[in-house]
Design a protein around this ligand. Sequence first.
Ligand SMILES: CCCCCCC/C=C/C(=O)SCCNC(=O)CCNC(=O)[C@H](O)C(C)(C)COP(=O)(O)OP(=O)(O)OC[C@H]1O[C@@H](n2cnc3c(N)ncnc32)[C@H](O)[C@@H]1OP(=O)(O)O
Ligand code: FAD
Length: 706
Amino acid sequence: MAPTLNVKQATGNQSSWNTLLPDFPKGPLSKYRKKASFNWKEMAMFLDGEDIIRLKNRIFSALESDPFFARHPGEELSREKYQELTFLRCKRLFEYDFLTQQEIMENPLKILNLVICIGMYDWSPCLQFFLHCGVFGGTILSASKRFANFVKKIYNMEIFGCFALTELSHGTNTKGIRTTATFDHNTQEFIINSPDFEAAKFWVGNMGKHATHAIVYAQLYTPDGQCQGLHSFIVQIRDTKTLLPMPGVMVGDIGKKIGQNGLDNGFAMFHNVRIPKENILNITGDVSPEGKYSSSFTDVKERFSAALGSLSTGRILITAVSATNLKLALSIAIRFSATRRQFGPTDEEEIPVIEYQTQQWRLLPYLAAAYALDYFSKSLFENFVEFYAGLLTKQKSQRQADLGREIHALSAASKPLSSWTAQQAAQECREACGGHGYLAMNRLGEIRNDNDPNCTYEGDNNVLLQQTSNYLMSWMNCIRNKVPFESPLGTINFLQDYHHIIGWKFKANSVDDCMDSSAPLAAYKWLVCYLLRESDLKLRKEKQSGHSDFEAKNNCQVYFCRSLAIAFVEQTVLQRYHDYTHDPNIPSTLQPVLKNLCALYGLWSLSKHLAVLYQGGYVSGEQAGRFIQNAILELCSRLKDDAVALVDVFAPPDFILNSPIGKASGELYKNMWAEILQGNKALSRPSWWAEFCINKPVTGRLSSRL
Ligand SMILES: CCCCCCC/C=C/C(=O)SCCNC(=O)CCNC(=O)[C@H](O)C(C)(C)COP(=O)(O)OP(=O)(O)OC[C@H]1O[C@@H](n2cnc3c(N)ncnc32)[C@H](O)[C@@H]1OP(=O)(O)O
Ligand SMILES: Cc1cc2nc3c(=O)[nH]c(=O)nc-3n(C[C@H](O)[C@H](O)[C@H](O)COP(=O)(O)OP(=O)(O)OC[C@H]3O[C@@H](n4cnc5c(N)ncnc54)[C@H](O)[C@@H]3O)c2cc1C
């Protein structure tokens, strides 16, 4: 396995911890904080390092003291007001300019932390800012030097951008995109057209109300009438002085969504919109003044991959964004569970609900997942930084191409894993907080609804998983013929041992044998090899029985390729986290709890595949399954007293978390009560009081109309 994030952080000393990480107020959570097996400040310093903690503190305290970011408890904003406020907040982010180019160059992980910190406050301004600077700006920046003028205008907000790939009738199927860009060599322009309303660009973030420019994906037509496939173009859609639509552009807002309503998602139709020739993003191809098409990619498939390459950035970030939502939801639910008391062994004493086995089993595996996925998303981001550096320097090596494929395969499965885990966790956390979890002020509904589109945008989860299984299946020939192979990040290297691994059996003879992550890791390696073999066999059988490639692939998804992609990415996340937590350089004060988290994540994830493990003969007998289940319960019980400290490590300050039941003091009732009474109309008589008091209904008056 290629090196990932190293165990490199110095934890500093007690006094530096106290300066950067102030103590929490004393209160009902103190009891659990005292019981923790480790010091949460040491863990935070170890995981993030001093530099990142300083950055986080800088961002959080700027937002907290800025009136534009003030919270308004009890107030309900209209969608229009929320969109306006989101834009004002986005402008403030420009004014803060939290990261210099120098800082980004020195430590690119700071960008990820910037996204996470702003998103922890609210995803709407975060996405608005990132879609403009990162997706719109980043795509243009990596295209070629000829866009320097655009780049300047992007980063001083002279223009505002969006990324327009999806259309009303096509999203996932990018080959089906129907917007056209026809080159007119007489005027040296491209003419952009939407053939009909079903080809209108749709769902595009920032397009609804305010973006002035869009990266528009369209089928490129050269004057010889040839379609050269999907390419992207910079198209001005609104006047920068008036925000009115440009001639030939019909642009608008798609309406209220389930979440993220500060963000204006929009549609646009183009009618003979002319743009200069230079506005083609010449990443995969270009057109000469005479209208001749050229591309550095001879292979059409390779050109298509490169045209969609920028989508991997979003998928990697969404892996981290979802892990962040997981952390937010858990911070609230675990602090609540450690302070909420119901029932008890005696009539006198009620116990915190976290003491119940079911509550532990419902929450603590997600806590373990939060740690594992957080680590994975950061390590994948670091892999991506290497790839992006290659793109900027126009690397054309085989390694660069292989790295792009591997990162695509990993991010196409890590986005589904992370977004689904966060989605399920947000619901579990909501229920784990009982009725109070359903009160909007406690934020679990917002977290759940804002996380939801992570499962869909930047590629639907179920379809993306097919990309990962295609990648894995592509090694089958090498495996069959025993041809050596490896990948730049080494994530598939273990498949060289396929013929040996496929014969492995579950070795644990006791619960104790399962308590280290090496046990689930071995099982995962077998599971991936088994599912690979079964998927390959199934595909070949489907083809032999006369099905077309399309039908055969379609018939191999459920229980085969889909499970393969999920098992592979879980295995990869676990492998990386296992290597990390078992590194001898981890401080001895932190290693035991980190190892417990890793083992719990591995066993809990694996337990969802128990049926296949039995079906394929890796485990047999009643005992094996019982060992795994009992090990999960034992790890939950061991982690129970560490849980509050483990969320203290990643929970943002109260102002950012914005949940009375999740506040660091643990005074859940006082905090909720205070917020309820702040609601601006909580105690007032309703404006429609007379409808009850004066205008009484005449019972049965309308029955004759039925
Ligand atoms: C802070 C967080 C940011 C959040 C931003 C939120 C805002 C949201 C924005 C958006 O949603 S923008 C729109 C996003 N849209 C999509 O992601 C579309 C999803 N669909 C696709 O990406 C693709 O069409 C597909 C489903 C991946 C592939 O479809 P298709 O079946 O037509 O092609 P294939 O034959 O499978 O692929 C051909 C070839 O290309 C390779 N490839 C595809 N994508 C990539 C990529 N990104 N990078 C590298 N390579 C790629 C694919 O693996 C095939 O290669 P081979 O297998 O032939 O080697
Ligand atoms: C909040 C939000 C913001 C967005 N922002 C942007 C943006 O800024 N720019 C932009 O261009 N787009 C944006 N999108 C669009 C987004 O990228 C698409 O919605 C996404 O790619 C999924 O495409 P779709 O909606 O067409 O789904 P569809 O492809 O129609 O999927 C519908 C269902 O069919 C299933 N399905 C489809 N194909 C297959 C298959 N081959 N095999 C099995 N099942 C299949 C899917 O799993 C899914 O369940 C945004 C979407 C949302 C929700």
